[in-house]
Design a protein around this ligand. Sequence first.
Ligand code: COA
Length: 264
Amino acid sequence: MSHTSTQGGHSADILSHTEAGVTTLTLNRVDKKNSLTTAMYTALADALELAQADERVRVVVFQGHETVFSAGNDIADFLKAPPVSPDVPVFRFLRTLSTFPKPVVAAVCGPAVGIGTTMLFHCDLVYAGDNAAFSMPFVNLGVCPEAASSLLAPQRMGYVRAAEALMLGEPFMAEAALEMGLISRIVPPTEVNALAQRQASKLAAKPTAALREVKRLMKQGQAAQVAQCMAEEAAVFGRMLGEPAAKEAFGAFLEKRKPDFSNL
Ligand code: COA
């Protein structure tokens, strides 16, 4: 089975290609650094649901471009359609990904900002280019973490390193991410997508039921906690978006100036 489709409205911002049991979802909005719009979250959630239901799909791969994985939420789109309810596409995408029963592989090069990093906590194998730069700058935008990263970042990275990443919001490079156990391996950017495909093919050749059970058993211990954390983060995030710090931060981004939080 080989099938390619474009998703995400008219702009083909998400490409979906299925071949030999592997569905590859490509973030394809490079001119805007693969920042994610509501339409793209809907396309990703739809594609994951299709992949989950289709028995022929055995593995999902996420990839971006050799120069950028994702700049996180599209800030202009965010302001137009703020994610103020748990049913909005971004949270639907995160719920679908975090409970996805089949293996998920990610190939990451260049900046992986915000959800570009936090979605990786829900992927099983993560391959990164040596140019990968991860960041979770929620605080700089006056909002809180999402994707259960307030639970999973301290767990994976240790509290003080998570605090540095989530409180300062500064990028950390692939080497640090490897050392902290956030990614599986580092290769040159030109080789990342090919490596992810090779590993996905290996997974696709394995017995599906056994893989599903491995994943389920590894994750079941805290599945309820992850879901509860995501729900709480979503509620807080929605509230904070309406507060002055977020307004200042988003306004500053759009006006291409530094935000001023001195009175906030
Ligand atoms: N939302 C909307 N547009 C974005 C964007 C975002 N999150 N990130 C980048 N873009 C746009 C820029 O506005 C610019 O558009 P323009 O060409 O129309 O002016 C274009 O993408 C290129 O971005 P630029 O900043 O010039 O690229 P860069 O290579 O210098 O830097 C990043 C890349 C990812 C480091 C930088 O764009 C960035 O920090 N983006 C914001 C990340 C962020 O805060 N995301 C929210 C997380 S919750």
